[in-house]
Design a protein around this ligand. Structure first.
Ligand SMILES: NC(=O)C1=CN([C@@H]2O[C@H](COP(=O)(O)OP(=O)(O)OC[C@H]3O[C@@H](n4cnc5c(N)ncnc54)[C@H](OP(=O)(O)O)[C@@H]3O)[C@@H](O)[C@H]2O)[C@@H](O)CC1
Ligand SMILES: [K+]
Length: 500
């Protein structure tokens, strides 16, 4: 797991390192600038003529130090400072003083088009409001230039918390961020403004994970080892039994994809409860599953109860429909399930406006709404969510005692505790029919194998994104379809043994 920070947390850690640990601010700044200088060389930036664009804060101070490092190695570097002298931080003042002693050239009205490389050191984590005036004009001119752009810590204009563009923002080719990735570099549009992100260790104190009041994390490939190991003496019961209510009249695909993904992820057994019309197609396509069918008559509660008693994990929703039968199935499960429960799609649509019934359920519940569904069940608009994705997802999880997987280009996962996850795997090709059903199946598969909802959710989402990335590498983002992701789960599970 990788630790991510918000802008406020980074400022706290900077401050803690300086005041409590005792590393002087200028030492951190020197290391920060050196890491940017090295990145300029390693990423082969064209250093014929470099402009370092600085703000008045410490991000600007980093920039002035980078200009000095370039200057002493014979690179022609101009410094242009936006903002007034009386706004300089103490560190910025010292850096400017050093640069003046070196006779580095300061320019007033830089023309970005004249430079081969531009270092963006206007705003870092201290950006506090919309960018306008001279800042906006300069950033827009910079984005129009042909120069390669290196952002210091975060592209100026991007919110370090949400990735939002505050007015306007620098479009960088490479960003060197210090100590930790900032949440704003992971969320879109910030992620696409940052270009390639390099994280540099500059000596900031590494706070233990448990000491963060709110710990923002992301999974990485080595976390695959968290998928439970297969036991040589295991049997199909060892790997869990799933009861899945999915599919409706003429909708069999969602049931197929989720059930198949669950089995491919390693679940021992699955029983699909679905409409009679799906009998032939499902039993032909997925004979490995067991089935119970219902028709136009009233749903048979005993049939469902039998499945619930047998199962270790329950899933409800994919392709279920929102008619009376679907509602009866959902409420039977809520009343009598009592086992870890996953709800998606139509299951969530049926719950809109009645979410409080979930707080009565005696076992963990995991829900996987996309942003539209989240909006419907929470009353939070998509626009509001984008302003505060971490806070709003967590608040919702707390309110209804759930693990929430809020699906977006950067899925946010929270069980309401102090640990919250942002997922970074995946690609635009995954915005394809049935992709959510595959995720649902993967999550059921992980829960069936004994992971808790909190463990399964971030790992399953990451796993699903990896499957999407592998599918895209083979079929391309345009052509890949949901079934390709199931095929790739096989490849990912093969990797499990190699990442330890
Ligand atoms: N010692 C350390 O702490 C270390 C810090 N490090 C580096 O420092 C960065 C953080 O520095 P920081 O806290 O000084 O804030 P920073 O990002 O430079 O911006 C603040 C300035 O911007 C201004 N401003 C804000 N919004 C604005 C707007 N919309 N439009 C116009 N102005 C606006 C604001 O002005 P004011 O609000 O005072 O008017 C203030 O002058 C961090 O990202 C990293 O790069 C590293 O060197 C490691 C050691
Ligand atoms: K910057």
């Amino acid at each position: 797991m990788k630790q991510i920070v918000t802008g406020g947390q980074m400022k706290f850690l900077d401050d803690y390192t300086i005041r409590k640990i005792g590393i002087p601010s200028l030492v951190l700044m020197e290391r920060a600038a050196l890491s940017v200088y090295q990145a300029l060389l390693e990423e082969k930036f064209p250093l014929k003529k470099v402009l370092v664009l600085c703000g008045t804060g410490n991000n600007g101070g980093d920039g002035v130090a980078v200009a000095r490092m370039l200057h002493v190695t014979g690179v022609s570097a101009d410094i242009c400072i936006l903002g007034k002298k009386d706004h300089y931080t103490e560190e910025m003042r010292k850096q400017v003083n050093i640069a003046e002693n070196y006779h580095i050239s300061f320019v007033k009205n830089a023309v970005p088009a004249e430079y081969t490389t531009i270092v963006d050191a206007v705003f870092g984590v201290g950006l506090s409001r919309e960018v306008d005036g001279i800042y906006r004009d300069t950033i827009e001119a910079l984005n129009r230039s042909e120069a390669r752009i290196m952002a210091v810590d975060i592209p100026s204009g991007i919110s370090a918390d949400t990735g939002k563009v505050l007015g306007c923002a620098v479009k960088a080719d490479v960003t060197v961020t210090f100590a930790y990735e900032k949440a704003g570099l992971l969320f879109y549009p910030g992620a696409s403004y940052a270009g390639k992100v390099r994280t540099a260790d500059i000596g900031i104190y590494k706070l233990p994970r448990n000491d963060f009041e709110l710990s923002v994390l992301r999974c990485e490939e080595k976390d695959l080892y968290r998928i439970p190991e297969r036991k040589p003496d295991g049997n199909k019961g060892t790997y869990g039994k799933i009861f899945l209510a999915a599919g409706s009249r003429d909708i069999s695909g969602a049931a197929y994809l989720s059930a198949c993904a669950a089995l491919r992820t390693g679940a021992g057994m699955i029983k699909v409860h679905t409409r009679e019309e799906n009998r032939q197609v499902l039993t032909t396509m997925l004979p490995e599953a067991m089935y119970s069918f219902y028709d136009d008559e009233e749903i048979k509660k005993e049939q469902i109860q039998e499945g619930l008693t047998w199962a270790d994990v329950i899933g409800v929703g994919p392709g279920l429909g929102t008619g009376q039968q679907a509602e009866d199935i959902l409420y039977t499960i809520l009343a009598e399930g009592g086992k870890p429960l996953l709800i998606d799609a139509d299951g969530l649509n049926l719950l809109a406006g009645r979410m409080e019934v979930l707080t009565q359920y005696p076992a963990p519940i995991l829900i996987t709404p996309h942003l539209g569904e989240f909006s419907r069940i929470s009353g939070v608009s998509v626009k509001e969510w984008k302003e505060a994705p971490l806070y709003l997802t967590r608040r919702f999880a707390q309110k209804y005692h759930l693990t929430v997987v809020c699906k977006d280009s950067r899925t946010v996962i929270s069980d309401g505790s102090e640990e919250i996850f942002i997922n970074t795997s995946g690609n635009s090709g995954m915005a394809t029919a049935g992709s959510g059903d595959v995720l649902f199946g993967i999550l059921m598969g992980l829960l069936a194998q004994g992971l808790t909802a909190k463990e399964a959710a971030p790992l399953g989402v990451y796993f699903h994104g990896m499957a999407g990335d592998l599918a895209a590498s083979q079929k391309g983002e345009y052509s890949m379809i949901a079934g390709d992701m199931i095929t790739q789960t096989t490849e990912i599970l093969k990797k499990r043994g190699t990442v330890l």
